[in-house]
Design a binder for this molecule. Structure first.
Ligand SMILES: CC(C)(COP(=O)(O)OP(=O)(O)OC[C@H]1O[C@@H](n2cnc3c(N)ncnc32)[C@H](O)[C@@H]1OP(=O)(O)O)[C@@H](O)C(=O)NCCC(=O)NCCS
Length: 201
């Protein structure tokens, strides 16, 4: 009797060279090999696909509607390559496989300093969640840019709030004191901290 991989039979495109783990394989992920890889222009379709998963995940929080093409879309994505001095896109890989993405910007909508960085979007695919991949990737991003950072999360995104609170506390070694900012449906929780002080310690 076949158990593992049954769902993928007949679905996996022939051009996929790397075999996927079966759905029933044990989900044990080492966080030792998490990499934050700058996304280049040819990665745009991959990021666009991942953004659909991300936005769908958050569509309950923000009451987002699909377009008539069945996609949410993310209009700002091309700017990540046309404004390379202020937008920084990354793929997150775990043991070489795509595990998520991060989009960062120089300039935050919630601080006046144009050189502050903002973590605009951050996503880990479900396969790799709660294994420390998000934590590792966020640490790599903050270490890469030793600046003042803002991280904004909707207060209705309970898991996201808990994640950022715990990860920022661990990174800074201090209990975060987020501020609350008005949002369309729910307030935003805003964390602000300086990664330069940790990078130099
Ligand atoms: C939030 C998200 C990025 C977390 O990524 P992750 O790789 O699963 O996080 P980690 O495994 O590194 O978690 C580190 C710690 O954060 C906390 N945490 C993470 N997800 C949590 C959740 N859903 N509920 C409560 N705490 C959570 C835990 O303390 C966790 O440590 P533990 O697993 O040892 O208890 C991921 O769930 C995700 O992409 N969600 C959808 C998109 C999203 O909300 N992005 C953030 C928008 S601002």
């Amino acid at each position: 009797m076949r158990l593992a991989n049954t769902i993928f039979d007949g679905l996996q495109p022939a051009h996929v060279a790397v075999p996927r783990a079966g759905l029933h394989s044990e989900v044990i992920v080492s966080t030792a090999n998490v990499t934050l890889v700058p996304a280049i222009r040819t990665d745009a379709p991959v990021l666009s696909n991942l953004l659909e998963l991300y936005i769908h995940d958050l569509s309950g929080v923000f009451a987002l509607e699909l377009g008539e093409d069945g996609r949410f879309g993310y209009e700002k994505l091309p700017l990540y390559w046309s404004e390379p001095e202020r937008r920084f896109p990354f793929l997150i890989r775990c043991d070489g496989r795509i595990a998520g993405f991060a989009l960062a910007t120089r300039g935050s909508p919630v601080t006046p300093n144009p050189d502050d960085f903002d973590l605009a979007e951050f996503f880990i695919v479900r396969r790799y969640r709660r294994t420390g991949v998000g934590r590792d990737a966020a640490f790599q991003l903050w270490n890469r840019y030793p600046v003042r950072w803002t991280v904004r999360v909707s207060e209705a995104n309970i898991g996201g709030c808990q994640f950022w609170s715990n990860v920022i506390a661990e990174y800074t070694g201090q209990t975060p004191a987020p501020t609350s900012h008005p949002g369309r449906l729910h307030p935003w929780r805003v964390f602000a901290f300086d990664s330069a002080s940790r990078a130099s310690s």
